[in-house]
Design a protein around this ligand. Structure first.
Ligand SMILES: *Cc1c(COP(=O)(O)O)cnc(C)c1O
Length: 458
């Protein structure tokens, strides 16, 4: 028995499914998960001493690679002064200053402990502010596991074949209107059918939880205009994309009019020749893309547990203690998590690695496309910056339904061949792959080689 097998057997007796987050369990690709004893740069070292090139990057946070010396030093420094105070601390102020400086739509911000807390609280705030109950979400977008949001939620829920969770009262689910991503008519129809009742629309502006999907040109702008017209708030869930695609998240890309990583409006170039197309004619509406509220997490914790939500000051001031919307947290603004996050954000500010990360992302995308092409295998590889994923399908993937046309069985085979050759991809066809600045050089070259071989063997 390997060390991982022994650990998993022990875990299975005491932890449901042996894991503390379902998608770690390998259910969608088969087999048992491995345990990791350490991680550095782009490499995971398993409990059995195997080294793997990691494209999960702790599901997004590790944009600087694992165990970056600057982040480690920042945590060590903070540790000298204590782990939690239960009073305001100076790190919280610095974090709030960094976030509001990088993300112009955020005038005020509240820090919490996870992305789930951020989205849950932003929804409550939107309901309190508008005095309306219904919300719009989009199929395949994952916003954490709170009741109103865990409906057609992609990610782990989809991987396990349960697009909706048990345990959510029908009365709660009725308050959530679920629409197809990238569908303008559906948004207009939902507002027409629920006049004066919709508090907000929440969206992953680039969707990363059903594989990686980009918005059609102009779709986010349309969503902004329609929500504003009906007095509803627009919430961008940038827990995954915040600080990953641009220092100001997707809203930074859009405001720069550099949608699709500066490559202009999304084009079918990530699609096999002759396959699907995207509408590209709508002009981008500069600045009219900014959301009322934004949710953050993952990268802003530098690998420690953090979430944040922020936006217009008049809305944020509805929060307790100023206003009637209650939200709280014993460990919110925790000094260790703040110190790690501040170090991570400062590094991004200094290095501005986004163009470089996009080059690495394109290298990986091209390796998959080229290998698939020479084998005559249809594949879609949407990619922007350090996020991408591969759908084994001839269909252009632009929403939840088309994402499901991807051949998950073929992905599972691809996944296991890559893993056997030392490359760790997310253990599900419906998750984004992540790159870090540490993937530069030999790691990316080796990964391209392995993916080429794995596709040849499919
Ligand atoms: C990961 C994620 C969340 C949930 O964050 P947790 O820290 O896991 O609770 C919410 N929204 C999006 C877009 C995410 O990717």
């Amino acid at each position: 028995m390997t060390v991982s097998e022994d650990l998993f057997a022990r875990a299975l007796r005491l932890i449901p499914g042996g894991v503390n987050s379902p998608v770690r369990a390998f259910r969608s690709v088969g087999g048992a998960p491995f345990f990791v004893k350490s991680a550095r740069g782009a490499t995971l070292t398993t409990a059995d001493g195997r080294e793997l090139i990691d494209f999960v990057c702790t599901w997004g946070p590790a944009i600087h690679g694992h165990n970056h010396p600057r982040i480690k030093a920042a945590i060590a420094d903070a540790l000298e002064n204590g782990t939690s105070f239960g009073t305001p601390n100076p790190y919280e102020v610095e974090m709030a200053e960094l976030i509001t400086r990088f993300v112009p739509s955020i005038q005020k911000v509240r820090l919490c402990n996870s992305g789930t807390e951020a989205t849950m609280s932003a929804i409550r705030l939107a309901r309190g502010f508008t005095r309306r109950d219904k919300i719009i979400k989009f199929a395949g977008c994952y916003h954490g596991h709170s009741d109103s949001l865990l409906i057609k939620a992609g990610s782990g829920a989809l991987t396990h074949g349960h697009p909706d969770s048990a345990g959510i009262p029908a009365a709660f689910a009725q308050e959530t209107v679920v629409l197809p991503y990238n569908d303008r008519a559906a948004v207009e129809a939902a507002f027409a059918a629920n006049p004066g009742q919709i508090a907000c629309a929440i969206v992953e502006p680039y969707c990363g939880n059903v594989g990686f999907i980009m918005p059609d040109a102009g779709w986010l702008q349309h969503l902004r205009i329609v929500t504003a017209k009906h007095g509803a708030l627009l919430i961008y869930d940038e827990v995954m994309t915040g600080f990953r695609l641009h220092k100001a998240g997707v809203q930074g890309l859009l405001a720069d009019e550099s949608d699709n990583c500066g490559r202009g409006a999304p084009t079918p170039k990530n699609v096999m020749p002759g396959e699907g197309t995207r509408p590209t004619s709508t002009p981008l509406v500069s600045l009219s893309t900014l959301p009322d509220l934004t949710c953050l997490g993952k990268i802003i914790g530098g690998g420690l547990p953090v979430g944040a939500f922020g936006g217009r000051a008049d809305i944020m001031d509805m929060l307790a203690p100023l206003g009637p919307v209650y939200q709280a947290g014993t460990l919110s603004g925790n000094p260790l998590a703040m110190a790690a996050g501040i170090a991570a954000l400062r590094l991004l500010d200094e290095e501005n690695p986004y163009t470089h990360l996009d080059t690495l992302g394109q290298q990986l995308r091209d390796a998959v496309l080229t290998a698939a092409k020479s084998k005559g295998l249809p594949v879609q590889v949407p990619q922007c910056g350090s996020m991408l994923s591969a759908f084994f399908t001839p269909t252009c993937v632009r929403d939840y339904a088309t994402a499901l046309t991807g051949d998950a069985r073929l992905f599972a085979k691809f996944f296991h061949t890559c893993l056997a050759k030392g490359v760790y991809l997310p253990p599900s066809a419906y998750e984004s792959w992540f790159l870090s600045t540490a993937h530069d050089g030999p790691a990316i070259d080796r990964a391209c080689e392995v993916m080429n071989e794995a596709i040849r063997d499919l």
